[in-house]
Design a binder for this molecule. Structure first.
Ligand SMILES: Nc1ncnc2c1ncn2[C@@H]1O[C@H](COP(=O)(O)OP(=O)(O)O)[C@@H](O)[C@H]1O
Ligand SMILES: [Mg+2]
Length: 422
């Protein structure tokens, strides 16, 4: 990226001095929005190069995994943008292979004639008309409605490949939030797995490249262990950003916008949010918005911004009501133990034992665990461990607890170490 070398640095300075209006810092911080400018995608050079390499080679489908807010969509979109036309598709709980295909073809502007011609090969006229109608590319809406059941089954992986060939598609599509399709929809997930296989097996006959994105610990789980995943997929798992990457992000911010964060503040950004860019953007955005003409953001401004951002987050996330309003000493302490564990997980047994030693009532601890699970704040992990349901919230929970001083008194007994995990 830009700051990998001196040449890149000179280039930025050069652009600024060429009367290029500096960017507003609040358009650089994009809380909740993926990065769309490669300059601001920090710490992902190896991953970016790898994805681009794979897209250029063709044949293997790329799957980007990692937890929420880690930067999957950003990486996928930046990589996709340089290979043919680039479209983004989203999945949700109701996504079917057919609907997704329709959405993809519509976004790619595939002409009706091509879809029609391709469909004629193996569908009778009725099927074809129904599909065309559901594509909104012509045909009768009435038929589409009546025969929706049939249309749902209309596009198969082979058929999509055919259309891609006949339309001479040269495109890269992201398939975002793939994890939102319930794993229980075995057939639908299987069709996506089949598509990966067909695309891979005939990679020299088409130019349709896909990047799947999902919250998961690995690609195989995302596709229910589909056999083609090993053969036709390269998975890229994203970890948290390094401190160095976050520092370089602030260097870019300064160079592009002239907004300077004091060195100790940059260090706080680099450590407080555990390498989750999501929070760096949320708090950075606050700082930039509240700076009111002051050129350097200092520690006081930073702390105000953290407080405001924490309040905002807790305010909008109803799953955290429990912590803010209906909290009990036991729910707090259970959460703190998970937050303080090195890899954000503790075994239920060890947790209960420790809390018993600290004289917490066993029944109330049990109830707190149940309540937290019910509210989707924590969940069961491997080996009877308790983990955060959404690891993304951990930095904010930590910041919040740190702010509410009473907590420090409670944690005055030995914390978990990694051996508890064994
Ligand atoms: N490499 C990066 N450098 C700087 N900011 C990033 C980076 N990756 C993501 N971000 C920012 O972090 C937030 C989350 O990124 P996003 O790509 O939406 O994550 P995900 O898709 O994994 O949930 C967004 O605000 C985005 O702008
Ligand atoms: Mg995303």
């Amino acid at each position: 990226m830009l700051f990998c070398g001196f040449a890149g640095y000179v280039e930025v300075r050069h652009r600024i001095h060429q009367n290029r209006r500096p960017m507003n810092a609040s358009s650089i911080f994009r809380p909740g929005k993926p990065i769309d400018n490669p300059h601001y995608l920090v710490g992902r050079t190896p991953q970016l190069n790898r994805v681009r390499e794979l897209l250029a080679e063709g044949g293997r489908t790329v799957v980007i995994t990692g937890t929420r807010g880690i930067g999957k969509t950003s990486l996928a979109r930046i990589s996709a943008s340089t290979f043919g036309s680039h479209v983004d598709t989203q999945c949700n709980g109701a996504t079917t292979f057919h609907d997704w295909s329709v959405d993809l073809l519509t976004k790619l502007g595939v002409p009706t004639s091509i879809v029609e011609k391709s469909l004629e090969e193996s569908f009778n006229a009725g099927f074809g008309a129904t599909l065309i109608a559901s594509l909104n590319l012509g045909g009768s809406k009435k038929t589409a409605h009546k025969e929706q059941g049939i249309a749902q089954k209309a596009i198969t992986p082979e058929r999509l490949l055919n259309i891609a060939r006949q339309a001479k598609l040269d495109a890269t599509a992201t398939v975002d939030e793939f994890d939102r399709i319930p794993r229980t929809k075995v057939e639908e997930i299987g069709l996506f797995g089949d598509l990966i296989k067909v695309l891979g097996d005939s990679s020299d006959t088409h130019n349709l490249r896909l990047i799947f994105i999902g919250v998961s610990s690995g690609a195989s789980r995302l596709f229910n262990g589909h056999p083609s995943i090993k053969r036709n997929v390269t998975a890229i798992h994203l970890n948290r950003l390094t401190r160095q990457a976050i520092r370089s992000f602030f260097k870019t911010v300064y160079d592009e916008s002239g907004v300077r964060f004091e060195a100790d503040v940059v260090e706080r950004f680099a450590t407080d949010f555990m390498g989750f860019p999501h929070f760096v953007h949320a708090v950075g955005d606050r700082c930039a918005k509240d700076r009111k003409g002051v050129s350097a953001i200092d520690m006081r401004a930073y702390e105000r911004a953290v407080d405001a951002a924490v309040d905002e987050m807790l305010g909008i996330d109803s799953s955290l009501d429990l912590i803010t309003s209906k909290k009990s000493a036991e729910t707090d302490i259970v959460l703190i133990q998970i937050l303080e564990a090195p890899d954000l997980r503790v075994t239920a047994q060890a947790l209960k034992q420790k809390l018993a030693i600290a004289r917490y009532d066993a029944e109330r601890v049990e109830a707190a665990i149940e309540q937290l699970i019910e509210r989707d704040v924590i969940r069961w992990g491997y080996g009877k461990t308790l983990v955060l349901a959404d690891p993304e919230i951990s930095p904010f929970l930590q910041a919040n607890f740190r702010r509410r001083r009473h907590v420090t008194a409670d944690v005055n007994f030995p914390l978990f170490d990694s051996s508890d995990d064994a």
